[in-house]
Write a protein that binds this ligand. Structure first.
Ligand SMILES: Cc1cc2nc3c(=O)[nH]c(=O)nc-3n(C[C@H](O)[C@H](O)[C@H](O)COP(=O)(O)OP(=O)(O)OC[C@H]3O[C@@H](n4cnc5c(N)ncnc54)[C@H](O)[C@@H]3O)c2cc1C
Length: 389
């Protein structure tokens, strides 16, 4: 068994590592200052400048197929990149990508939605969650009724990431109530100009998702993404598109938090000795190091299974669950090591604390991941012996 990285993987990872260190981390103090003033930490224009800079070095469309100008990197490499990006709380992403389900676009949708989204000229959002339908997405109530060659959408979506900035949404609505999720849900590409409204939702994190309101919004038939009635399968494809990337980002955050806490522990003296000499502090560091390492390999194992074309859903759920739970325990310990300073807004620990909390909720809560994992095992779809058998 060879667990080493190829030279291409090392080179790519190191380029991103340097980019994060040179271009992104220096933005952190100003980002914190702006966020404290209730402004975006980094503006859209500043992000664009960073993305364009990375593009000049070929970093564009990390997992986008080459025919669309992307790098089409492996899942393992994408996970390694995500770890590096996770080392900063500045929410930078390389440009050149689009939601996986947008690649189901037909020819005219490709010109109107997919290509401009890849180029960063248009912004999409994915809208399935509703006030009465979160973990149970089969409970959605938003409807679309046929009117000539249009569909009229009515309903409300909630917690939609990017919903305030997006100029179009991929919205899921019931087109056949008798069939429901078994052939009666359709995905529509709905432009903001078609009439939907968004409303900012204030959360404990620094990104505000949106509630989207559809009141008699008219969408032409040609804006159906994929097949009529086949939207639920598309939604599941979107949700499962790269679950391993979320805990990958948490690995980077935990590494950085640990480095900060170890530095603080070496320098902070109490009762005549650095706190790093105390067993209570050492145990927090040791437990966290073991858990970060375990998480790293859960993530890479899931990514490797994706690259092998295996059914990686079980592995991805395990990585997502462990990542959410452990990242939250680790940020809490690292904040504890910083004492009162950890609780201030002068340092980014409390910011990470608030942000990492989301990992246990979105794209499948802890409880839903546990449900999936247990069901896979109990039904015999997965083995307690793991992927090697
Ligand atoms: C910041 C943020 C961004 C988001 N972005 C998007 C987005 O872009 N697009 C989108 O469509 N959605 C988005 N979501 C929605 C997110 O996916 C849901 O919040 C999530 O799926 C949980 O649904 P819920 O909030 O309705 O909780 P509920 O489903 O009501 O769950 C409440 C609690 O009950 C537990 N629970 C539910 N069912 C079970 C069960 N069967 N067994 C045991 N426990 C259970 C849950 O784990 C949870 O602890 C976002 C959410 C947040 C907070």
């Amino acid at each position: 068994m060879d667990l080493s990285l190829s030279s291409e993987e090392i080179e790519t990872r190191d380029w991103v590592r340097n980019f994060v260190r040179r271009e992104i981390m220096p933005l952190e103090p100003e980002a914190l200052r702006r966020e404290r003033a209730h402004q975006p930490g980094v503006t859209a224009d500043e992000f664009k400048e960073l993305r364009d800079k990375a593009r000049r070095f070929g970093f564009w469309g990390i997992q986008t197929p080459e025919e669309y100008g992307g790098m089409n990197l492996s899942a393992v490499l994408a996970a390694l990149i995500e770890v590096e990006l996770g080392r900063s709380f500045v929410p930078f992403r390389f440009g050149g990508s689009a939601d996986n389900i947008l690649f189901h676009a037909n020819d005219s949708q490709r010109q109107e939605y997919l290509l401009p989204t890849i180029e960063g000229e248009r912004i999409s959002c994915f809208a399935i969650t509703e006030p009465g339908a979160g973990s149970d997405a089969t409970a959605i109530r938003t409807t679309a009724r046929k009117d000539g060659s249009d569909w009229i959408i009515n309903g409300e979506k909630t917690f939609i990431t990017g919903g305030n900035e997006a100029d179009f949404t991929m919205v899921f609505a019931i087109t056949d109530p008798d069939k429901g999720v078994n052939g009666g849900v359709t995905c529509f590409l709905a432009d903001r100009e078609m009439g939907w409204k968004s409303e900012y939702i204030d959360t404990m994190g620094e990104w505000g998702p949106a509630a989207l309101v559809f009141d008699e919004v008219r969408v032409p038939e040609r804006n159906i993404l994929g097949e009529l009635g086949q939207g639920f399968a598309l939604a599941m494809q979107w949700i499962g598109r790269g679950r391993y990337l979320l805990p990958a980002r948490a690995v980077g955050a935990c590494e950085r938090l640990m480095e900060m806490a170890m530095e603080h522990a070496r320098n902070r003296v109490t009762f005549g000795e650095p706190i790093a000499n105390r067993q209570a502090i050492q145990w927090m560091i040791a437990d966290s190091a073991v858990e970060v390492e375990a998480l790293r390999w859960l993530v890479l194992s899931a990514a490797w299974q994706v690259d092998q074309g295996m059914d990686s859903r079980h592995a991805q759920s395990m990585a997502k669950l462990f990542g959410g739970v452990k990242a939250n325990e680790i940020v809490d310990r690292m904040l504890q090591i910083h004492g009162g300073m950890g609780y201030t807004r002068e340092l980014p620990l409390e910011r990470w604390y608030r942000e990492l909390r989301l990992l246990r909720i979105y794209e499948g809560t802890d409880e839903i991941q546990r449900r999936t994992i247990a069901r896979n095992l109990l039904k015999g779809y997965a083995s307690v012996r793991g992927v090697l058998g």
